[in-house]
Design a protein around this ligand. Structure first.
Ligand code: FMN
Length: 148
């Protein structure tokens, strides 16, 4: 079984992506972690040009998406990434969101982009970055991955 962990960085999400990887490996997944990075050069059309980030989901059985909330919605970079991904149809995903407290429509936005392309959102978790990560929050993330 193969898993892809695609994340847009924040301190919290970058650290949690490593924990997600370790937990998935405990479940015998072979894991690829990919940070979605924007190219400095602007794209002519509206989508952000990507410098990095695995966009072909074909090889993977599970895709974990991690990103921070920006402006009470999902990070634009994650939205643009999802719009550029291929072979989403039929894929199982799990969504991990970091925020300081106001997540607004972040989950709804990312979920709808996944389901619009035929993917399925198995589960989601919103982690508060208020006062940083602690054992309790890390434990929650581990549980989340164990249960997907
Ligand atoms: C420009 C900007 C906008 C943000 N907007 C929100 C927001 O609307 N709601 C929220 O809960 N967190 C918001 N955040 C916080 C991020 O989601 C992220 O969790 C936070 O920056 C913690 O990141 P850190 O782990 O790198 O400290 C925002 C952060 C930035 C930089």
């Amino acid at each position: 079984m193969k898993a892809l962990v695609s994340f847009v960085q924040s301190n919290e999400i970058t650290q949690l992506s490593e924990i997600v990887k370790e937990e998935l490996e405990k479940k015998n997944y072979s894991v690829t972690v990919t940070e979605v990075i924007k190219h400095k050069k602007k794209n002519k059309n509206k989508l952000a040009r990507l410098k990095a980030g695995v966009t072909d989901w074909k090889p993977f059985d599970l895709i974990v998406l991690g990103f921070p909330v920006i402006g009470i919605s999902s990070s634009h970079l994650m939205n643009d990434y999802l719009k550029q991904c291929t072979n989403i149809s039929g894929k199982q995903t799990a969504i991990l969101i970091g925020c300081i407290g106001l997540h607004g429509n972040a989950l709804k936005k990312a979920s709808s982009l996944v389901s619009f392309h035929g993917g399925k959102v198995k589960d989601s978790l919103i982690v508060s970055s208020f006062l940083g990560l602690n054992e309790k929050k890390i434990e929650k993330v581990k549980e989340f991955i164990q249960n997907i």
